[in-house]
Design a protein around this ligand. Sequence first.
Ligand code: ADP
Ligand code: MG
Length: 604
Amino acid sequence: METTTFHEKGNISIHTENIFPIIKKFLYSDHEIFLRELVSNAVDATQKIKRLASMGEYGGELGDLTIKVSINPEAKTLTISDKGLGMTADEIKKYINQIAFSGALEFVEKYKDQGVERGAIIGQFGLGFYSAFMVASQVEIITKSYQDAPAARWICDGSTEFEITAADKADRGTDIILHITEDSQEFLEPARIRTILEKYGKFLPIPVSFEDKVINETEPIWTKNPNELVDEDYLKFYETLYPFSEKPLFWIHLNVDYPFNLTGILYFPKIKNELQLSREKIQLYSRQVFITDEVKDVVPDFLMLLHGVIDSPDIPLNVSRSFLQADSNVKKINGYITRKVADKLSELFNNDRHGYEEKFGDIGVFVKYGMISEDKFYDKAKDFVLLESTGDTFYTLEEYKEKTEETQKDKDDNLVWLYTTDTGKQDSYIQTAMARGYNVLKLDGVIDPHFIGKLEQKLEKTTFKRVDADSLDKLIDKGVTIESILTEEEKETLKATFEGVAGAGYSVEIQPLSTDELPVVITQNEFMRRMNDMSKAGGQPSFFGSMPVTYNLLINANHPAISRVKDSNDQALAKQLVDLALLSQGLLSGPALTEFIKRTVNGL
Ligand code: ADP
Ligand code: MG
């Protein structure tokens, strides 16, 4: 056997003094990422040899391709060994010594003043390998190429100097040996290494073993053809991603390779509390390497409520936020996912209206949030978003329009959609409205004030009013004037009487209302109340901020009970009528409520 010896010392060609301090301090916030980088290099090298073999360019045995990660506590080293294509000494010089920096340097120069986020360069610009120096005082490469060339050993201590010598390695592949620094000893602890490997490498396409156990599933289901998969597979995968979580409602398998490459599975969870951010987040992968679960900016905001996996080599992974938002691939990906999600919902709606209605309680928030935040989604979702009426019937926007067109138009041809935010508390208002033949919607979610605002903006001549926003005649003003049976003077006296019993915070108005309305009605201005609800929901900050809620006390001038108050200036009756009105709004509590009960019981 021919033995070759060579020994060369040299300088890593870069144009600045020393890039390592930059790598150590500036580039990475998360030191653990070095392992992701080195293991992905091992994966790349292994996939390359497989490809060469399949193309007939490598005729040797592939053998067991498992990548091995191991710790030597005595020597204080961490080693990543692969059976990939290896490197010749010349290739080391080319790929490790030079190329790695050229792109990165430019980038550092360009962005150093702009406060580019840490980690912005590594991976993106081939600095991956050098991330080893964040945790190692010395890095060795011992490698033997699949080509007929002697094995080589490269060693570098984190300065710009390196050394290459011949090595004693018979098998194809590469060992990367890190001599772990004093302050990075954590990376010699098996538990720590296992955790990092499981975090980043759970779905790597080449088996990776640590302490004789393979840590990954090499063919996760998102890489498979949907035709080969059954519901069970999707549910099982969900369970692997989010152990102990409730079953998802349904899912979408994403698969596109033009104009960008993207695969993944998005699950629709049951959304219980719309404001609670779920701890199960969408995970972002690049070629099966876990990158992050902070997918904000990559995925449209409203889709953050979904769970699952997105895998795309076309997403710039480490670049800063603003860069990401401007990236055209990211924009296209956003658009694609949004469309896919809308298509899925539309399909469910069209194929199984009943099942869709049953699920709507869980996905409604999501659909509404999407409509509020993305016009493109609105355009699709307007056909499958549902409004639920107090009769437990679901309507699409179009169906509801047809349903109410005859009855709920006001004198100016505006369609008025009445709603309740609390069927319990607003029951008396709902009943009065329904007795008039009106339909009342249930819009009781935190997101609904925003949703209503969006619909008003999009639908022509349509306004929403909560059932207690005004007297029934005014809610949907048909232009019919009701004559008052009281004189102006009588009204003044009555007003004073009621102001006396109502207390501060209520503004009293005497109005001639229909006799099917209660003697005293408490109303809340729609606009003011909605502003308040919106700022409570924590959405767009309300221009008005949070204001004290004001209530109007409408005194039905034409009601017989009011005539009695007027005729005998009956303060007690006035008080009773006001309390009844407060009670129907759930506004009577504490001592006032106790007093009311006592008074009522005594009068029996
Ligand atoms: P990138 O992976 O983005 O190319 P890296 O800095 O991680 O950048 O690696 C630089 C180059 O070094 C790789 O492109 C590859 O040619 C070579 N290399 C690194 N690790 C290995 C390995 N384990 N086996 C073979 N070649 C490797
Ligand atoms: Mg790499």
